[in-house]
Design a protein around this ligand. Structure first.
Ligand SMILES: NC(=O)c1ccc[n+]([C@@H]2O[C@H](COP(=O)([O-])OP(=O)(O)OC[C@H]3O[C@@H](n4cnc5c(N)ncnc54)[C@H](O)[C@@H]3O)[C@@H](O)[C@H]2O)c1
Length: 242
């Protein structure tokens, strides 16, 4: 399960009607089916978040079926590993389009619907790479750091308009992406042990656990929280390596 599916499942269980957006229609429809078979309510819109005009039309499309949006969660993302010499400007642009520009465009096009809600909020899914990173993740770290910075500015602009804006920064999460990385390691078991040894809580988060944090942030329980970059990383980013 990807993080988006975990978030969608938890929000649907909390009683929300979830509208999922993804470029991968099969994956998106599978998430909707699983929510519906568990008794929840969901729908799916196929959309490539790199296409500016299509994303800009999303707000009007949603406005034709719903009077307001309680929350927008910007979760879609792509990761790219590459040194500065290998990373081509087009690689950089593609990553930025999904990881940094899309959260801005989606929030922008949904703004009227968010303002029409009682207590609306936006949650941007960044990463621990928004604050700490490793070599060869320049574009990803720049995009995720940008998401956290954008969140701080938007929280100030949109607070007076009744919209809270927060970032959630996961550490290691047990997703197909994480499993694929593990399988590509020469010794997956040793790599898993190494990852677990650097996380103070000694465990990998589940997609649903990220969903639970999102559910908290979009709920009434978090009405005074806006502009934060919440690490959901088992204290990984508190570590001073020496
Ligand atoms: N998995 C982790 O350990 C981890 C850790 C920290 C942060 N994150 C972040 O969490 C988010 C979700 O990651 P995940 O691990 O579930 O990855 P994933 O690849 O399973 O899910 C990402 C989703 O984004 C969609 N997507 C990609 N490009 C798109 C586009 N152009 N238009 C529309 N949809 C598009 C994909 O189809 C996919 O469904 C990402 O922003 C990622 O950077 C993941």
């Amino acid at each position: 399960m990807g993080i988006g599916a975990g978030i969608a499942a938890v929000l649907a269980e909390a009683g929300g009607h979830v509208i999922g957006v993804d470029v991968d229609a099969a994956a998106g429809r599978a998430v909707v089916n699983s929510i519906e078979s568990a008794g929840g309510s969901a729908e799916f819109i196929e959309l490539d978040l790199r296409e500016v005009e299509a994303v800009e039309a999303l707000g009007d499309r949603l406005a034709s079926t719903t009077p307001h949006l309680d929350a927008v969660v910007n979760n879609a993302g792509v990761a790219y590993f590459g040194g500065i010499s290998e990373t081509q400007p087009e690689d950089w642009n593609q990553l930025m389009a999904v990881d940094l520009r899309a959260p801005y465009l989606v929030t922008r096009t949904c703004l009227k619907l968010l303002e029409a809600a009682e207590d609306a909020s936006v949650v941007n899914i960044a990463s621990v790479h928004s604050v700490m990173t490793v070599a060869t993740m320049t574009a990803y770290a720049a995009a995720k750091g940008g998401v956290a910075a954008m969140t701080r500015s938007l929280a100030q602009e949109l607070g007076p308009r009744g919209v809270r804006v927060n970032t959630v920064s996961p550490g290691f999460v047990d997703t197909p992406l994480f499993r694929a990385w593990l399988d590509s390691e020469p010794d997956p078991e040793a790599s898993l042990a190494r990852v677990l040894s650097i996380i103070p809580t000694g465990r990998i988060a589940t997609p649903r656990e990220i969903g639970q944090v999102v559910a908290f942030l979009v709920s009434d329980l978090a009405r005074s929280i806006s502009g934060v970059n919440l690490m959901v990383d088992g204290a990984l980013t508190t570590r001073l390596m020496h």
